[in-house]
Every structure is written in structure tokens, then in C-alpha cells.
Design a protein around this ligand. Structure first.
Ligand code: BTN
Length: 248
């Protein structure tokens, strides 16, 4: 198994528009910074990041050559809700994880992919001048010792869960192909078009959660991407975005 994500190793796995042009760096600050003025579908990938970004200013760290660290440029139509793209990215990543492992992956609203109740992937959407840079960090071949132990949500890699190592180039090809298909559907009809992929994977549904100080039971992600909370006594709220903690 070749374990490089340089273009020569990835080219044969690129089946659609996404991934062209393709930028690879052995090391960079963050793949989010490699795509200035790039066209839709452009992808940046690296071996290791020195300042990988997570949500809420957190650091996203993975030892060289162990994870999938990539960013994709999207130019969503003005009539669409660009922040929904983190969910679209999470569905694509969940599908790619399922394709590789044969296990059911879940989506923890709004941007995490969970396997066996642990986070294996995070999605970061950054919007500037109508252009979204969608960053995806997927823990693939890290050992237990190589994963963050202080993560907000307990972390795992595909390898720690299944005991197998995975071909990151093939996984990247699968991820980009699925993302392209889901993005095209979303472009056409918004979150409604991909909604069927979210419900059965909703990790938080039925769990007692707290989102930025509001606590209740998560009853689902609605078709405009908001998390619905049942606060009890007939009271419901719809949360647009936020940091979720949940009862394990
Ligand atoms: C999160 O769960 O907080 C989102 C993490 C997103 C990490 C990826 S890794 C590739 C891309 N480059 C970055 O600096 N961040 C994203």
C-alpha cells in the first residue's frame, strides 16, 4: 500500500471534478491556507500541519502521514445557506468511513463524524467573500497514543477502532467523490436533497445535551440544519450553531 498523498498516488483515485487542481505539501501551517483564489473543486492536502485549525480556535493535530488532512474550495450559489456545508461534508466523510470500514458512522451535529461513539473526523467550514473552504480532518491510521487524550469529544482513528491500517489515497478519492455528489444535490435543492442521509446517522438524537448553556433532549436535526431540543413541558428550541456537550 503506497502511503503517500502526493498527486502521483492520488490521481488514479480521483473520479470526478473535485481534486482538480490538486495541491500537496509534505508540511504546511494549515491546508485551509493553501487555496487562495482557487476554483471550485480545488483541493489541498498535506502530510502534516504545523498550525492545524479546529472549530472555536482549537488546534487540530495529527502526526505526519497518519491522517487525512484536506481542504476543498466550494463556490455555493447565493441562494443556498453556506453554513450547511459542514453537515454536507460530515455526510460525505461518514459515507467514506462506512465504505472503508463496513461500520455504521454517525454525525454529531454540526460537524463531527463518530464511530463507536468516538470522534474520527471533524469538518471546518470557513466562509469568505462567498467562497467556502471546507476543511476535513479524518483520523485514519493513528495509534491510540497518537490521538489527543484531552479532546472535547473522545477521539479515535479508523485504525484504533478496527485494528486495520487504511490506504489514505483511496479514502481521499472516495471522500471527494461522495462530497461532489452530495454537494451537487445540495446546490440543486438545499439540505432537503441530502436530508435522508442525516436522520439515520444522527448521533445526538435522544441524548440529553447542552448547547451553549441551553439543556434539553435532542430530538433531531431539522431540514434547515438546526438542532431541535426538547426542553420539557412542551417547550422546544431550534439551535442554529454551537458547542454541544452530551451525556455519554
Ligand atoms: C473540528 O472538529 O474542530 C474541525 C477540524 C477540522 C480539521 C481540518 S484538518 C484539514 C483542515 N485544515 C485545518 O487546519 N483544519 C481542517
Amino acid at each position: 500500500m503506497s502511503d503517500s498523498l502526493a498527486y502521483e498516488s492520488v490521481d488514479s483515485h480521483l473520479k470526478g471534478r473535485f481534486g482538480r487542481p490538486y495541491t500537496y505539501a509534505d508540511e504546511c501551517e494549515s491546508t485551509q491556507l493553501l487555496l487562495e483564489d482557487a476554483p471550485e473543486g480545488a483541493v489541498a492536502v498535506c502530510g502534516v500541519q504545523t498550525a492545524g485549525r479546529g472549530r472555536y480556535g482549537r488546534v487540530w493535530d495529527a502526526p505526519a502521514g497518519t491522517a487525512l488532512l484536506c481542504s476543498i474550495v466550494l463556490h455555493p450559489p447565493a441562494e443556498r445557506e453556506a453554513p450547511e456545508l459542514t453537515l454536507v461534508g460530515a455526510i460525505a466523510a461518514a459515507e467514506a468511513v462506512e465504505g472503508a470500514t463496513g461500520l455504521a458512522a454517525q454525525i454529531k451535529w454540526p460537524n463531527d463524524v463518530m464511530l463507536n461513539r468516538r470522534k474520527v473526523c471533524g469538518v471546518l467550514g470557513e466562509l469568505r467573500d462567498g467562497v467556502v473552504t471546507l476543511g476535513i480532518g479524518l483520523n485514519v491510521n493513528q495509534t491510540r497514543e497518537q490521538l489527543p487524550s484531552d479532546a472535547h469529544t473522545p477521539a479515535a482513528s479508523l485504525r484504533t477502532i478496527t485494528g486495520q491500517a487504511y490506504d489514505r489515497a483511496a479514502l481521499l478519492g472516495s471522500l471527494l467523490f461522495r462530497l461532489e455528489r452530495l454537494y451537487d444535490q445540495w446546490r440543486h435543492g438545499g439540505l432537503d436533497e441530502v436530508y435522508v442521509e442525516i436522520g439515520p446517522r444522527d448521533f445526538l438524537r435522544g441524548r440529553h445535551v447542552t448547547v451553549d448553556g441551553t439543556s434539553g433532549v435532542a430530538t433531531g436535526i431539522n431540514c434547515d440544519g438546526r438542532l431541535e431540543l426538547d426542553l420539557g413541558e412542551g417547550e422546544r428550541v431550534f439551535v442554529e450553531t454551537g458547542e454541544v456537550t452530551y451525556d455519554r
